[in-house]
Design a binder for this molecule. Sequence first.
Ligand SMILES: *Cc1c(COP(=O)(O)O)cnc(C)c1O
Length: 485
Amino acid sequence: MNQSANRPSVGAAVETPPPARPRPPSVERLLTHDRAAAPLAAYGRTAVTEAIRAELDAIRSGRAEMAPETVILARAETRLDAEQRISLRPVLNLTGTVLHTNLGRALLPPEAARAVAAVMTGASNLEFDLERGERGERDSHVEALVQRLTGAEAAVVVNNNAAAVLLVLNALAMRKEVIVSRGELVEIGGSFRVPDVMARAGCRLREVGTTNRTHLADYAEAIGPRTGLVMKVHPSNYAIHGFTAEADEADLGRLCRERGIPFAVDLGSGNLIDFAAYGLPPEPTVQAALANADLVTFSGDKLLGAVQCGIVAGRRDLIDRVRKNPLKRALRVDKMTYAALEATLRLYLHPETLRERLPTLRLLTRPEAEIRAQGERLLPGVSERLAGQAAISVEPCTSQIGSGALPVETLPSACLAFHPPADERRAGAWLKRLAARLRAMPVPVIGRVSDGALRLDLRTLENEAVFLAQIDALAGSASTSREET
Ligand SMILES: *Cc1c(COP(=O)(O)O)cnc(C)c1O
């Protein structure tokens, strides 16, 4: 501040003081402005007042420029829109991984969504036996279906397959030994490690065999008075090749029956159908595992194609012990899960329409030629909308099943490949920017970058109208994003 301006001016002062900084309007004044009516109607007085205060604070502290009232109100509205946007929302998964754990795994069929909607806003018979008018059992809504579809005597449902494994271990082998092959002490999905889960369940791990080879005799020698359970873990997300051996499940089942030790198989995927019959790589079924094992644990939202949950199926006496375990109460699932699971399992009773009605199976079995044809059909429209911004073509690619199922098998597919324009010198930065812009669309579009292009695998694209609307929005956002960079 300049000295003379501070001096009290006495008539003849030549200098005029600098113009006072305009004072921001009051909160009250802004609240009664016409421009405030819409945000007030949408978000209410409390939230709008807070947003206006935040904007005025920003101006007073110099973090934002002073601006006309309409501009301050527009800023407050933008702030509210961002704050109040739902965090968990739909995206387009065009990564090529059909069961993508980070993108919500299996897509539920509409029948499941309707069943959930039907029970979620009102009371239901979740634990109420309508025939007898007394307390019922929540697993009853799906137990008969699991029995019928898998041949199991009984079943319980918990929060996910990790919980199912934890519960089985704790219920059948607390303070006892659990025999597992060294080749199966795996980590699944980052935080599910078989040895850690076992320790948390209060079991002692008894490793047998070696990483690549485990024989029936290894199990036979390890079984003793302290053994509570023999467990086999399906190698969902990895494969060991070369000089390998594992004990046959039928032999292991027989050995355990002879010694009176329960035998559990952690299957992971929860496949109930003959994959080969659908032209897919073979994948073990729950039914086949139950032919040898006393209990099988599997996920609800992997190949089964339903909602997140874990199912334990098998011998009734063992399931009774599992159900009576106090952990079951802590790991139990909500009515919405039962509703979605029941409705999805019912689709399996009608195998003739399963491929069409179960989204996971429908997407996995889409023929390559059909996906390529979809790409050729979409290409002209997408290219036209993004003319000059990217060089787009339809190219072959491979999809994955995901969620650990069949880790080495891929499915031939086709993608829209977005290559940088010929004059683009920083291709890597261009690809990153395009990926970020696609993620910023109203329905975020998630692809993958490989071999110098951003690729959108069309295997999982069913809603073309939503996709094209995002491409339209992307085209509209193009000019600004070019200037920014
Ligand atoms: C996926 C998987 C799990 C974990 O299942 P969640 O449902 O993700 O908890 C456990 N075991 C195996 C073999 C799996 O494939």
